[in-house]
Design a protein around this ligand. Structure first.
Ligand SMILES: [Zn+2]
Length: 67
């Protein structure tokens, strides 16, 4: 089956028996993101994790749990 990446509109062929293809067919996953974009997003998410805002949020959550 073919799937179009929501970020770069690239159309890739997927193995119709792969887990991802099954999830797309059953609408468990509504979006398909190609490998290139996936890598880019993972990097950005990792960088954001080093960010102060992200740490602040985590500390707040931990405080709530303790009180
Ligand atoms: Zn893409």
């Amino acid at each position: 089956m073919r799937a179009q990446c929501i970020l770069c509109d690239e159309i890739n062929k997927l193995d119709p028996f792969s887990l991802l293809a099954k999830q797309l067919r059953k609408k468990r996953k509504l979006t398909y993101i190609c490998d290139n974009c996936n890598d880019r997003i993972s990097k950005k998410t990792y960088e954001r994790r080093q960010n102060d805002n992200f740490k602040l949020y985590r500390e707040e959550v931990e405080d709530d749990l303790l009180n």
